[in-house]
Write a protein of this length. Sequence first.
Length: 227
Amino acid sequence: MRIDILSVMPELLRSPLEHSIMKRAQDKGLLEVHLHNLRDYGLGKNKQLDDYQFGGGAGMLMRLEPVVNCIEKLQAERTYDEIIYMTPDGQRLNQQICNRFSMKENIMILCGHYKGIDERIREHFITAEISIGDYVLSGGELPAAVLVDSIGRLLPGVLNDETSALFDSFQDNLLAPPIYTRPAEFRGWKVPDVLLSGNFPEIEKWRYEESLKRTQERRPDLLEGED
Ligand code: SAH
């Protein structure tokens, strides 16, 4: 899978993409991430990217020409399945959306900055608008890193069996059960007996029941099939 990310501050994206599982995905050739600095498409000798709002109002916004030029250059090279804009007024990201995106081949992600982007970019280029939650960040770079991580770890071959995404929270609309490692006892705090029993059908049953209990207590909305 190939992901192109358009940003006025691509440096903000580097660290999350260059370590741990995202690094492994790229080293294995399963994920290709290309960062594009919109400054390279800026206008005039100052490489201007932002401008005042028509109609007045506080704050600058991203002009459309640099963004359009970058998008169209990439579109001339390959077809994109999705062009995603990270925005607080988009659809709230959840595991189902990550699963869906993880099956695509080429994705472009546009990070906003300042007050956001000229509405005409959204109308004419964007195919999906995604929010990572009901709060406002200063730029779309951290949200884009969240999206890439959540998609990248789902690509076949990225995670090994031990870390398999199938058993994570939200797959099957359930939260993950409690987990334990050594020592089996610490300060008198014991690991549940069943996990030490070696009886795998019983362990599976216990995990399922704990998942269900945890979901009922913390996120009953998931069991009603809501987002
Ligand atoms: N004026 C906008 C917020 C702009 S914040 C509004 O009120 O909706 C600047 C940029 O940060 C946005 O363009 C977007 O790309 C990104 N951003 C901020 N919060 C976000 C969130 N919760 N999810 C996704 N992107 C977000």
